[in-house]
Write a protein of this length. Structure first.
Length: 315
């Protein structure tokens, strides 16, 4: 075991942190102004990790907006300054399991947060994607805001199953709003997983909003009683998934200002939060403006994974 790392978990499974199983994300701050090198690295690694890319003062201001909403909702422990984002012991976040309530909550945090809007949809991020795509940039209109309290992180998945109806060049930008020690649980990327498209062919061809009209669950999906039969998870055991697919889980202790960019077929997950601090991050999406766009995530109130997104087929 690597003794410099704490014990870390994902979906309750302890991760092997020995050097063959776990490592640090490769930094790309050295090539941030060299677009050819950035493209090469993205093709080689399936991600770009650029520390200290965003203005930390703006990230901090966006964090203040997030903690403001959580304080209003009585989710923070009032014994600590809101900016520390200590979760109230009895704060109940179960409502986030309901996709409709989760969307409402994310919108209530992101829409009025001018620093977050400026950070994500203007300035450096757009310049970077413009150069990277060599095209005008279109971003999705929905902002995924993660407010993760103590407990499990996100299951391993690829983003294409949630947003793959448009451009295959779509990219995700994951931005932390706080310094995220390993125990608080940031994002992990499975090394080399973007090159596993043959093995993951079946998974990558799926879409969480497609359902079988000839199966018993069809009626529940059509009426909106359940969001889906299959929620897009690749595996609920990040440890055995890694053994199966190979490569290391890669992560880091993120700092405010960092950005992690990855593609639609890169397997990722997040570490469990073992602390009383909230982990805050957003994930947002960018693509070349000239390419087709997934209609679920566009407009003032995107349909998302709601009923209008469902596509029935006989299977
Ligand atoms: O932040 C997380 O836990 C998950 C984020 C994610 O899946 C993404 O950025 O695509
Ligand atoms: Fe994701």
């Amino acid at each position: 075991m690597n003794t410099t790392l704490p014990r870390i978990f994902a979906k309750g499974h302890e991760l092997d942190t020995s050097p063959h199983a776990f490592g640090e994300l490769r930094r790309s701050d050295d090539v941030v102004n060299d677009v050819a090198a950035l493209r090469e690295r993205f093709a080689a690694d399936g991600y770009l990790f650029i520390p200290n890319f965003l203005d930390p003062a703006l990230v901090r201001a966006a964090r203040a907006g997030i903690t403001g909403v959580l304080a209003e909702r009585n989710l923070l422990d009032p014994a600590y300054p809101a900016m520390e984002a200590v979760k109230r012991a009895d704060a109940d976040l179960k409502f986030l399991a309901d996709p409709r309530l989760a969307v409402e909550f994310m919108n209530s945090i992101s829409k009025a947060n001018r620093s977050m809007q400026q950070l994500l949809y203007a300035g450096r991020i757009l310049e970077l994607f413009g150069a990277f795509f060599a095209d005008a940039v279109r971003h999705f209109d929905f902002t995924w805001v993660r407010t993760m309290g103590k407990g499990f992180g996100t299951d391993p998945h690829c983003d294409t199953v949630y947003m793959g109806r448009g451009s295959s060049r779509l990219c995700t930008a994951w931005v932390p709003y706080g310094d995220i020690a390993y125990e608080i649980g940031g994002l992990m990327v499975l090394e080399g997983s973007h090159r596993q498209t043959a093995r993951l062919k079946n998974y990558l061809s799926r879409d969480v909003d497609t359902y079988c009209t000839n199966r018993p669950e069809a009626e529940k999906i059509e009426s909106g009683r359940i969001p889906w039969k299959w929620g897009g998870v690749l595996s609920n055991n990040p440890s055995s998934l890694r053994e199966h697919l190979g490569g290391r889980w890669l992560s880091t202790e993120y700092r405010m200002g960092d950005i992690l960019i990855f593609g639609m077929t890169t397997v990722h997950a997040s570490l469990d939060n073992q602390t009383d601090f909230f982990r805050f991050s957003t994930d947002t999406r960018y693509q070349p403006a000239s390419e087709p766009v997934d209609e679920r995530w566009i407009g003032e109130n995107p349909i998302g994974h709601g009923r209008a997104a469902k596509r029935g087929m006989i299977c």
